[in-house]
Design a protein around this ligand. Structure first.
Ligand code: 13P
Ligand code: SF4
Length: 308
């Protein structure tokens, strides 16, 4: 049996579901039961009847699945699948920050630890961030963490004044403005689209800004044929599958790397072999201390409720 067939077989035998993010490798995306953005993945995790959730993504995503499903086994192919953005917001420092700014409602982007979510009033993702902020009464002071670029983008779009945590994602901060403009000169017929975790100056060049799912939807519906895509390059696989006739060019980074694109090393530590191993061994499992889980569950539930 091929590795793929073995995974399919084990999945049925163990009543497992494979959830994968768009930044995973093509072979992982192609074997997943569901491929989506952070919101879609959390919605799927909230509604699944499977006994085991194999989370092909990064740690905070698998942790969120576990927070929603304490009775289920949640496995991650490689525990080293972290996130630079989540790491940029240590819970102790964030707790101090909140204490120095009382009366603020705390909204955190899903890319953070369970401990940080436990300090939060409402969680959001890039696809519902504007809606979540707009649901908060005018005049109510807001702390937004951990992504400063998404925070600045929300401030610009909603006109709300938010206190921002100074965190960022290395993958989305890697894009080079000069190389992007050079690329655009070579492809003046292309439409630039970007994820809101990107720097402000990259976002200024974009005709569309949105979550990974939003970007995929945009390329499907936009009549244009060519797109320069400023987000993690794994998304190009799904775009190409959804609209095979169109051309997708990854936005270039400052570094001269092999793919001339931006890849998330954390997402890419997962492999098909590791996915098989974690399903077979039911390890490594994600565990969240019950006191943290209960506190982190409330802001996630509020988000899911507001996203209906
Ligand atoms: P979304 O897929 O929710 O847009 O998030 C992007 C991301 O950086 C995930 O780590
Ligand atoms: Fe974290 Fe950025 Fe990788 Fe997403 S792309 S998992 S935000 S480091």
């Amino acid at each position: 049996m091929s590795l793929r067939e073995k995974i399919e077989h084990l999945k049925k035998e163990k009543n497992a579901i494979i959830l994968a993010h768009y930044y995973q490798t093509p072979e992982i995306q192609d074997i997943a039961d569901y491929v989506g953005d952070s919101l879609g993945l959390s919605q799927k995790a909230a509604e699944t009847n499977a006994n085991i959730i194999v989370f092909a993504g990064v740690y905070f995503m698998a942790e969120m699945a576990k927070i929603l499903n304490p009775e289920k086994i949640v496995v991650l192919p490689d525990l080293n699948a972290g996130c630079s953005l989540a790491d940029s917001c240590p819970p102790e420092a964030f707790s101090e920050f909140i204490k120095t700014h009382p009366n603020h409602i705390v909204v955190t982007y899903v890319n953070c630890s369970a401990e940080v979510k436990a300090l939060t009033d409402i969680v959001c993702t890039s696809s519902n961030a504007l809606k979540i902020i707009e649901s908060i009464p005018e005049g109510q002071p807001i702390i937004f963490a951990p992504d400063r670029n998404l925070g600045k983008y929300i401030i610009k779009q909603t006109g709300r004044d938010m206190l921002l945590w100074d965190g960022s994602c290395i993958v989305h901060e890697a894009f080079s403005m000069s190389k992007l403009l050079e690329l655009y000169k070579q492809h003046p017929d292309a439409v630039i689209i970007a994820h809101p975790e990107s720097d402000e100056y990259i976002l200024k060049t974009a005709s569309y800004i949105g979550s990974t799912a939003g970007m995929i939807n945009y390329v499907k519906t936009c009549p244009k044929e060519k797109f320069i895509v400023a987000t993690e390059a794994g998304i190009l696989h799904k775009m190409q599958q959804e609209v095979p006739g169109k051309v997708f060019i990854p936005a270039p980074t400052e570094e001269d790397n092999t793919c001339d694109c931006s890849e998330c090393a954390f997402m890419k530590v997962n492999t098909l072999q590791k996915l098989y191993n974690c399903l077979l061994n039911e390890s490594p499992q994600i565990e969240v201390p019950e006191n943290i889980r209960k506190k982190a569950l409330l802001p996630i539930k509020r988000m899911l409720e507001l996203s209906k």
